[in-house]
Design a binder for this molecule. Structure first.
Ligand code: TYD
Ligand code: MG
Length: 481
């Protein structure tokens, strides 16, 4: 006999379960994130037949050397930058999660991919629980989609979707969005952690069992994670996020996880009147609006996945307001506790965009201690232009240079680019892929590259680019000013 469904409380952030309601999740520490859900009911009779979609009807051990190589099996999505973030095309049988804020372009991108995929032999199923077929058609008309083999299915019931897939045998499946799909076997609401996890699990088995790629579109919650997040990221093969804001014309798609390619790989698109257009040269685009000869701006070379990208980092060091003023109007990105600490210790604010705030705080402290910059009381703002989020130590030297430039009120030569990790004693440490970075700087017409001395040694000569290796921040600042 099936047990009566019991109630559990599930944290909507990390998915941990608890029998009683508590105000703070014991696992991830999130407040007020527990929601009452019905515990999973035991499958009734043959309804457990979803197990028919297992990886293989009867799994047997397979000899390693008899397994066919997968690499040549990749299929191009027909959208160059999308292929790139996926690690060189779509792997059959892969489950890909695409996350991003509402309105950023998830449906647009996937509809374009669906169009291209259905152009050949393929039959693409676009499951939509968010929009009616007419709405999708309207978007398709903007995108000038004329696909013959693209099928739209306005359905949110998982069982019905799986039945349709079994019937029509599509070669690629898109689900827009995973939060709208629900399994009737689970009693909690669509979009809850249990539902999202169950639905993703079913699609995983479907993808592996049938060898077709499945793309799940997912909404991102306010704090930047996909609802029911961590559990989902573990289930799927690849997680792609739309990064940055809607207010830019360009869109950045990043692989946060990829079982079939480099994580951190970047795809750059421009949102136009006719959909997303791949940007072939992101560095050029990121540098387009760079102010010439402005203090506080410098170009740094970052590795984004396998691709070097030049971006501008900007800093603004401003004499901070009086403490009493700040106490009245606390603002900025820091949390309250940090602000209070700042106020009572008399420190300025550190506000950052596109780069880790703690990293900047640390670099500022280093500048103060090792180079003698007296500015703990100043407010410091650091921004990576263009909405890119930079997360590598080699960006340190760029941040330091920009802050120094703003502090000295002296512009840095616009033909100079920098990269390098900075340690707490002010030493400049080597970064990976120096050659690739240097080539990118050369290709974009930079004249001088300031980089870690240890990287400069192994570097081949590049025409027109003077390479200057530095051992410490002081050396770097001497070179810059
Ligand atoms: P959409 O793909 O619906 O976003 P999501 O699925 O992530 O919520 O994108 C909607 C936005 O994109 C909307 O603001 C209009 C804009 N857009 C264009 O600028 N050009 C286009 O060709 C299309 C289809 C959308
Ligand atoms: Mg959408």
């Amino acid at each position: 006999m099936a047990k009566a469904a019991a109630t559990v409380y599930v944290c909507q952030k990390c998915g941990s379960q608890s029998r009683k309601w508590v105000g703070k999740c014991p696992d991830c520490g999130e407040w007020n994130s527990l929601v009452e859900e019905r515990a999973r009911t035991a499958p009734k009779g043959d309804a457990g037949a979803r197990a028919r979609i297992s990886f293989r009807s009867e799994a047997k051990p397979i000899r390693y050397d008899e397994i066919a190589s997968q690499d040549d099996a990749r299929v191009s999505s027909g959208v160059t930058e999308f292929d790139r973030v996926l690690g060189g095309g779509i792997v059959p049988g892969s489950l890909v999660l695409i996350g991003g804020d509402p309105g950023i372009g998830k449906s647009t991108l996937l509809l374009q991919v669906a169009d291209k995929l259905s152009a050949g032999e393929g039959r693409v199923l676009y499951v939509s629980g968010e929009e009616s077929e007419r709405q999708i058609k309207m978007r398709g008309e903007r995108l000038r989609i004329e696909a013959k083999n693209l099928y739209l299915l306005p359905e949110t019931n998982l069982e019905a979707i799986l039945d349709e897939i079994e019937r029509s045998e599509p070669t690629a499946i898109i689900v827009d969005s995973i939060q709208t799909v629900f399994s009737p076997r689970i009693e909690s609401a669509p979009g809850s952690v249990s539902q999202v996890r169950e639905v993703a699990g079913q699609f995983l088995m479907l993808a592996k069992g049938r060898g077709v790629p499945v793309f799940l579109i997912g909404h991102v919650t306010k704090d930047g994670s996909i609802a029911g997040p961590k559990t989902l990221e573990h289930i799927v093969d690849t997680v792609l996020y739309f990064e940055g804001e809607r207010h830019h014309n360009h869109r950045i798609v990043r692989a946060a996880k990829n079982r079939f390619g480099a994580a951190n790989e970047l795809g750059v698109f421009e949102m136009t009147g006719a959909g997303l257009v791949p940007v072939a040269n992101p560095s050029q685009m990121f540098l387009q609006e760079r102010p010439e000869n402005a203090a506080g701006s410098v170009v740094m070379v970052c590795m984004e996945g396998t691709r070097p990208v030049l971006v501008e980092v900007q800093a603004l060091v401003s004499g901070s307001k009086k403490d009493s003023e700040r106490r009245e109007r606390p603002e900025g990105k820091q949390d309250l506790a940090q602000q209070m600490r700042d106020i009572f210790s008399g420190r300025g604010r550190r506000v950052t965009q596109g780069i880790d705030q703690n990293r900047v705080t640390l670099l500022v402290a280093m500048l103060e201690k090792q180079v003698g910059f007296p500015k703990l009381n100043d407010d410091i703002f650091v921004n990576v232009a263009g909405g890119l989020e930079v997360d590598e130590p080699a960006a340190d030297l760029g941040v330091v240079a920009a802050i120094a430039s703003s502090f000295k009120n002296t512009p840095i030569d616009p033909h100079v680019a920098v990269f390098g990790e900075v340690g707490l004693t002010g030493e400049v440490r080597g970064a990976m892929q120096a050659q690739a970075r240097a080539r990118e700087a050369q290709a974009l017409g930079f004249k001088k590259l300031i980089l870690p001395a240890s990287n400069a040694e192994g570097l081949q000569r590049l025409l027109g680019l003077r390479v200057v290796g530095v051992r410490s921040v002081e050396e770097a600042l001497d070179e810059l000013f």
